[in-house]
Write a protein that binds this ligand. Structure first.
Ligand code: PEP
Length: 251
């Protein structure tokens, strides 16, 4: 098993470029001795400032979306090649806010994943169920389907550049966290889905994060679960000391 914890911040639509540089400046010394990979997912306009600010640290920079075409008449969109050309390493795809508010579907997520991998980016692929789906007992089916469709056409070799973030929608930005057992159960299920799609080794090697109101207080318990290999952190990633506490818990 070769997987390493990955702690990624999803800043969503927060911070100007100057504020992004300042926050990374605060985070940098606090995570200098991290034993996990650390990533900050910033708005498109903050990418140049973030790439400059992370220099000299091991912190990676993620965009929060990319289009599936290389170029063309897609007003307001940004291609994976554009991100790669500026030095971005990661892209968050399929976040529930994109699915809920901006019409992303499993099929468009699949196309974005394909484009991102073709461009050489590492994908943080978000999957997760709505509260009604959990209450109806279909969490496993929903998450397995999202995973299978998004990864359609992705080879086992390419899975080395795919991180999966299990994010129950009911836990995102709500302060309501999945229990450690619930988080582990679904991350394990995703691993089982990967074993079916690929093979046991690919499943064991894939990093599967939990996301949904992870914070400085609950991170250690969540990250101690055997199938939880890191976190995708929203709100708490905007506070340097809290984000650093989560990073320290990932070992
Ligand atoms: C997220 O946006 O991916 C997320 C998990 O947000 P929060 O930590 O605020 O719930």
């Amino acid at each position: 098993m070769s997987r390493k914890y990955v702690i990624a911040g999803n800043w969503k639509m927060n911070k100007t470029p100057a504020e992004a540089a300042a926050l990374i400046g605060e985070i940098k010394p606090l995570v200098a001795d991290a034993s996990c990979d650390v990533v900050v997912g910033v708005p498109f306009v903050d990418l140049p400032a973030a790439l400059e600010a992370v220099k000299g640290s091991g912190i990676g920079v993620a965009a929060q979306n990319c289009h599936w075409e290389k170029s063309g008449a897609f007003t307001g969109e940004v291609s994976a090649d554009m991100l790669k050309s500026m030095g971005v390493g990661y892209v968050i795809l399929g976040h529930s806010e994109r699915r809920t508010y901006f019409g992303d579907t499993d099929v468009t997520v699949q196309k974005r994943v394909r484009a991102a991998l073709d461009a050489g980016l590492t994908v943080i692929l978000c999957v997760g169920e709505y509260l009604e789906q959990r209450e109806q007992g279909v969490t496993g089916e929903v998450v397995a389907m999202q995973t299978k469709i998004a990864l359609g056409g992705v080879s086992a070799q390419e899975m080395a550049r795919v991180i999966i973030a299990y994010e129950p929608v009911w836990a995102i930005g709500t302060g309501r966290t999945a229990t450690a057992a619930q988080a582990n159960e679904v991350c394990r299920l995703i691993r089982g889905t990967l074993a079916g799609l690929y093979d046991a080794k690919t499943a064991e090697d894939t990093v599967i994060q939990y996301g949904g109101s992870m914070n400085a207080g609950n991170a250690a318990e969540l990250l101690a679960q055997p199938d939880v290999d890191g976190g995708l952190i929203g709100g708490a990633s905007l506070k340097a000391p809290d984000f650093a506490t989560i990073v320290k818990a990932a070992k």
